[in-house]
Design a protein around this ligand. Structure first.
Ligand code: C2E
Ligand code: CA
Ligand code: CA
Ligand code: CA
Length: 275
């Protein structure tokens, strides 16, 4: 009623209300999701291109909502970050991933995604140390993936936490490389163990020259800086062969397997082979 004569406002008002209500509902559900056991880790194989076998798995969070079905992390992680719930969820992910990996029949890596919000206080190195101690997982098998948005916080504190994690023997990977504003300068500020080329570049690498150029440049950059390079979102054999040819050490994507439930890790270890 406020904006008489501006129909558009009246038209959008109810849907805004609904959106807010839906968000609030989702938020309340997320609050109890962890306690109700609705969160699960799925695992996607990381394929070592030199060895031609699975060198590890990336843990990807899934929420099996009793009514909505599977909710994408793209939908609930931002919500968890805004509400602060990511602290508890993130700690659970680290513990779960370490416990799972400690039971795998081969000592392959487990990669865990971290939110920048998990760096707001200094508890992360302790959470990781406890997860490693409880599970008995060799720290060298744990890889933590962070995105550039973390380093936008531009904080001595963030660097200190990263160094604290590294001091425990875990590896640090920069995820979604190339999508931010100053990826290159971040590589100088913190010595990452691995760079993960964002899947948008991999998707276009066989058709678009700019994507192809970016992919091959990042692969050689990684080599020059002594960092491992992963290409994610590999969906075709052509992409895989080109990446291996260029010396990209690790790939992952639907070509090999989508993320699958923890129970299927052993089967994936045995079945995924690339000559
Ligand atoms: P990400 O870390 O960049 O993960 C890669 C995403 O690409 C995953 O989506 C994966 O399922 C998907 N993917 C893998 N291979 C292919 C492929 O060949 N083609 C295509 N089109 N997609 C592929 P997912 O699982 O939906 O996760 C989305 C994002 O949610 C992740 O992006 C990550 O940023 C975030 N996320 C997932 N789990 C966690 C978590 O435990 N903690 C935090 N903080 N973030 C998480
Ligand atoms: Ca990731
Ligand atoms: Ca990524
Ligand atoms: Ca991403």
């Amino acid at each position: 009623a406020k904006e008489d004569g501006r129909g558009a406002f009246r038209f959008f008002e109810p849907s805004m209300d609904e959106q807010m209500r839906a968000r609030r509902d989702l938020e309340m559900d997320l609050g109890s999701a962890l306690a109700r056991g609705e969160l699960a880790l799925f695992y996607q194989p990381l394929v070592d291109t030199e060895q031609g076998r699975v060198g590890g798995f990336e843990a990807l969070l899934r929420w099996q909502h009793p009514v909505r079905g599977t909710v994408s992390p793209a939908a609930f992680i931002p919500l968890a970050e805004e509400t602060g719930m990511i602290a508890a969820i993130g700690a659970w992910v680290i513990r779960r991933a370490c416990a799972d990996a400690a039971c795998w029949p081969l000592p392959v890596k487990v990669a865990v995604n971290l939110s920048p919000v998990q760096f707001r206080d200094r508890s992360l190195p302790r959470i990781v140390a406890e997860a490693l101690a409880e599970s008995g997982l060799d720290p060298a098998r744990l890889e933590l993936e962070i995105t550039e948005s973390l380093l936008l916080l531009d904080d001595e504190k963030v660097l200190e936490i990263l160094h604290g994690l590294r001091a425990q023997g875990v590896r640090i990977a920069m995820d979604d490389f190339g999508t931010g504003y100053s990826s290159l300068s971040y590589l100088r500020r913190f010595p990452f163990d691995k760079i993960k080329i964002d899947q948008s570049f991999v998707r276009g690498m066989m058709e678009q020259e700019d994507c192809a150029a970016i992919v091959s440049t990042v692969v050689s950059l990684g080599r020059l800086l002594g960092m491992s390079v992963n290409a994610e979102g590999v969906e075709t054999r052509e992409q895989f062969l080109a990446l291996r040819e260029q010396g990209c050490g690790e790939v992952q994507g639907y070509l090999f397997s989508p993320p699958r439930p923890a129970e299927e890790v052993v089967a994936m270890l045995g079945s995924i082979r690339q000559d």
